[in-house]
Design a binder for this molecule. Structure first.
Ligand SMILES: CCCCC/C=C\C/C=C\C/C=C\C/C=C\CCCC(=O)SCCNC(=O)CCNC(=O)[C@H](O)C(C)(C)COP(=O)(O)OP(=O)(O)OC[C@H]1O[C@@H](n2cnc3c(N)ncnc32)[C@H](O)[C@@H]1OP(=O)(O)O
Length: 167
């Protein structure tokens, strides 16, 4: 039986200098330090600061296959979730996904460059409503999501050991 590489599974509480940026370096969607992650790199358009838009191009292979030749539906959900989460920092909040709904309109192919984009829709207090889409380069929408993100307050982050309490 192979010996697991435990260095990839070090509990976050054992990190020498835990902070939100360092922890995010292992994010499955965008963390550069996660060897099994998707390594998505987004461009964020804040020309309208109230309605940020995040975009990336990606191309996956059989590591993320579901139906033969197509991306697994759970990975499609991950892509859409990740894209929407990228809108939170431009809105100057830390937030987590509370609810999302997905329309799988067409199978999402492997081995093709695709466009993943998200847009902030509205805010009601600590509730942020976003949307995201995966498109072919010709604009055909393959999958679409709406998401509700909840702003995480400083006290909760401090309890999780991610920031110092303000007072
Ligand atoms: C505590 C540890 C924090 C650690 C994380 C720190 C920071 C995170 C931010 C950035 C991290 C950096 C990298 C990004 C990483 C990943 C990217 C992808 C994003 C994700 O992958 S992130 C993982 C999945 N995510 C979760 O693991 C969340 C689990 N969850 C909770 O931890 C709680 O849920 C919490 C704390 C969020 C809120 O908890 P809560 O108790 O304060 O509030 P509750 O959940 O009850 O609802 C709130 C309001 O949403 C309304 N509501 C509910 N459903 C609705 C619906 N369908 N439509 C309309 N409204 C709805 C309710 O009615 C209520 O509204 P109202 O306030 O008006 O009553």
């Amino acid at each position: 039986m192979p010996i697991p590489d435990t260095s990839r599974h070090t509990p976050a509480s054992m990190d020498a200098n835990p902070n939100i940026e360092k922890r995010a370096s292992h994010c499955f969607g965008c963390g550069p330090a996660n060897p099994q992650g998707l390594h998505l790199v987004f461009t964020t358009d804040t020309s309208n600061p109230d309605i940020p838009v995040a975009t990336t191009q990606f191309q996956l292979d059989r590591l993320h296959e579901g139906p033969p030749g197509y991306i697994h539906g759970g990975i499609v959900a991950t892509l859409l979730d990740e894209a929407m989460s990228k809108l939170n920092r431009p809105l100057n909040v830390l937030a987590m996904t509370r609810h999302m709904e997905i329309d799988y309109l067409h199978p999402v192919p492997l081995y093709q460059s695709l466009v993943l984009t998200s847009r902030h829709l509205s805010r009601e207090g600590r509730k942020l409503f976003h949307r995201a889409e995966i498109q072919r380069p010709d604009g055909t929408v393959l999958a679409r999501a709406k998401g509700l993100f909840i702003v995480i307050d400083a006290r909760l982050l401090a309890l999780a050991g991610l920031t110092q309490p303000e007072s």
